[in-house]
Design a protein. Structure first.
Ligand code: 1YM
Length: 649
């Protein structure tokens, strides 16, 4: 049986403090804190192999509730500490912040988020055992939490480090049982451990990590020869990377090691994952600033050098180069200082210039190479899109800011407004095409119906992005006419028309225009949709005429129904609104007593939004299919029909 004496307890006062206030050392005694115990041990093992003293770390979650970690490094020092007169192993597991006390040389990058070390794991365990394989010998030590005079003492060495015989192995094995008196639940979660190890494997290229769950007989092996390159690839694999493989650079300045992997994908997000000494820095900090500065500088230079910036182009800002960027930045340095709300932001000023220098040099080298020129072009193209979006959004914003003065301005020129000033009864028809717009102007009830003709042309090309839509003069006219403003500035009380009715042809172009408008309303004026102000007008598709009667049919089914009962009729198919006379348009489509309209719901708008994304993609096949399946507003399936009354009923 193990034994200990009073002098052991004196050494351990620090650990008792940990037990008294676990929160101060591991944050919480919930699942996060529990897993923290394991991270401390894993971090030590990883530090050892990452420093080149081994290549393998094995983590086991045992049936008895213990967890164990084994590495094949040098083994924790076993010789007595010169001052404390206890073995290195005991120092590591009983002294707070023991890491680095033996030597500062190889152990320079240690220190987790709290930097507390393995002794905290010991302090919060029922027991902890260490086996060291070193210089042909096997050593063993055991620590326990013991009760003496009604007090619990943590991490007491009950078996002092002792030699157990010879071995050909090398490394360290640690096994511990978290204390159920500290943690409510001492069950390790496989997925939590797996995700953490996966991140660790990405950040430490070539290190073999094995996770074994003996409770469920699951076993996972993790090893990434490409390191953070593989990390970036895994992040971009289902997001359409614009080029492969990721750009990769690594270098060192004055004991600061920097590695960077980056790629661009076909979306508009910026995803930078940064780390310092394998610790995530989600709040960023000086190292991220250094990287961003370098990226902006190098790409601007590239664009200039290759004459990619034309006079008409919007000048770039840094953000433009980070649209669609997926990057992992990992640095290792001494004496890290964390700042910020959650202490996950790097504060060291020296990191900024070092990272900037390394990234600038590395990226320049990459883009100077002839074979990478095309990648540079792709990124610049992407950035140009971002710059245009930005400029368009700003224009739209300025426009709405100036909305009070807009009424008399040029922009509103195309709007044929109504006489009434009562928004409750007023309607505006957004009509596709100038000629149909003209017809609608003649056919309307000018007292409460306004007409806004939309030139189809600038909108119906397939490659329209929403930013280009915003830049579009017609859209800006719509914004001005509706009166509410957009985005953050939106104010429903300024709405000038209770009904906003989209009137477009029943063909692909018309469908596209409808989608663009709905997407626009969805993204920038969503309350109009939730409030039920947006409608899609339904012009008839056919006119059936006999000697003494005529019918308008709005769907193929209706046509079928009408024509099955009559003989000797003529059939006119309306290909566009423009083919109708003013009187016909009024009676079939605009007259509230006779027209059919669809009130647009958020679901419809979401669908339109998705469709627009499809349109922007390059893969024409699925896009066409999708449009044909989903974009047919005349199919009515998805819509509530309002005011559906027909002349011929
Ligand atoms: C399963 C956990 O802790 N491995 C480990 C830890 C150390 C060393 C090797 C090590 C470090 C150094 C020299 C050094 C630690 N040593 C210390 C301390 N695996 C695990 N493997 N020799 C061996 O840093 O100089 C702390 S951790 F402080 F004793 F040096």
């Amino acid at each position: 049986m193990a034994s200990y004496d009073s002098k052991d307890l004196i050494v351990l006062e620090g650990l008792d403090a940990v037990r008294m206030r676990p929160g101060m050392y591991i944050g919480t005694t919930g699942p996060k804190g529990l897993h923290h115990l394991l991270w401390e041990i894993i971090d030590n093992a990883i530090d050892e192999v990452a420093n080149g003293y081994g290549n393998k770390v094995e983590v086991v979650l045992h049936k008895d509730g213990t967890a164990s970690v084994q590495d094949n490094g040098r083994g924790i020092p076993v010789s007595p500490h010169p001052k404390l007169k206890i073995s290195g192993v005991e120092v590591v597991f009983t002294q707070l912040h023991a890491g680095g006390k033996f030597s500062d040389h190889n152990y320079k990058y240690s220190g987790g988020l709290h930097g507390v070390g393995a002794s905290v794991t010991n302090a919060l365990s029922r027991y902890l055992e260490v086996t060291v394989y070193k210089d042909g010998k096997k050593y063993f030590a055991r620590f326990e939490s013991v009760e003496k005079n009604g007090k619990i003492h943590s991490g007491v060495p009950v078996i002092h480090l002792k030699q157990m015989g010879n071995t050909t192995l090398k490394g360290t094995y640690v096994r511990f049982l978290p204390d159920d008196r500290v943690f409510g639940d001492i069950n390790f979660n496989f997925d939590t451990v797996y995700e953490r190890l996966k991140e660790t494997a990405f950040l430490n290229k070539g290190v073999h990590i094995e996770l074994i769950d003996e409770r469920t007989n699951r076993k996972e092996t993790l090893c990434y020869e490409g390191g953070i390159r593989d990390y970036v690839t895994s992040l971009t694999i289902d997001r359409k990377p614009l080029f492969v493989p990721p750009i990769y650079i690594e270098n060192e300045i004055e004991d600061t090691y920097v590695s960077l992997a980056l790629q661009y994908v076909d979306n508009y997000n910026e995803s930078i994952f940064s780390y310092v000494n394998n610790i995530p820095t989600p709040e960023g900090g000086t190292h991220e600033v250094g990287f961003k500065t370098a990226l902006t500088k190098v790409l601007n230079d590239f664009a200039k050098k290759h004459g990619l910036i034309k006079d008409k182009d919007v000048p770039f800002i840094g953000d433009d180069f980070r649209e669609g960027l997926v990057a992992v930045l990992s640095i290792k340095m001494k004496n890290v200082q964390f700042e910020g709300q959650t202490k996950t932001k790097l504060g060291n000023v020296e990191a900024r210039s070092r990272v900037e220098t390394i990234c600038t040099q590395g990226l320049n080298e990459f883009f100077v190479s002839k074979k990478n020129e095309n990648i540079g072009n792709i990124i610049i193209e992407k950035a140009k899109g971002a710059a245009r979006t930005r400029a368009a959004a700003k224009r739209a914003k300025d426009l709405t800011r100036a909305k009070n003065s807009i009424e008399g301005s040029m922009l509103i020129g195309k709007l044929a407004n109504c006489t009434s000033k009562n928004p409750d009864i007023n309607e505006v028809f957004i009509v596709e095409g100038d000629s149909a717009g003209g017809t609608a102007k003649q056919g309307r009830d000018r007292y409460y119906q306004a007409i806004l003709p939309l030139r189809g042309k600038p909108l119906n090309s397939e490659k329209k992005r929403i930013d280009q839509v915003l830049a579009n003069e017609e859209i800006r006219t719509i914004i001005g006419a509706i009166g509410t403003g957009i985005g953050e500035d939106f104010k429903l009380e300024n709405l000038k028309y209770n009904k906003i009715i989209i009137l477009s042809d029943a063909d692909q172009d018309g469908m596209h225009i409808r989608c663009i408008l709905l997407t626009f309303f969805f993204r920038y004026m969503r309350p109009l949709i939730t409030n039920g102000n947006i409608y899609v007008g339904m012009p008839p598709l056919y006119k059936v005429k006999t000697k003494d009667r005529e019918w308008y049919c709005y769907t193929d089914e209706e046509l079928e129904a009408v024509t099955s009962n009559i003989k000797n009729y003529t059939l006119q198919r309306y290909k566009g609104l423009g083919e109708m006379s003013a009187e016909q348009l009024w009676s079939t489509t605009m007259d509230p007593a006779r027209r059919s309209m669809i009130r647009v719901t958020v679901e419809d708008a979401v669908l339109a939004d998705k469709e627009i994304s499809m349109w922007m993609g390059d893969d024409v096949g699925p896009r066409k299919d999708y449009i044909n399946k989903n974009a047919n507003f005349n199919k009515l399936d998805n819509f509530e029909t309002f005011e559906k009354k027909k002349e011929n009923e």
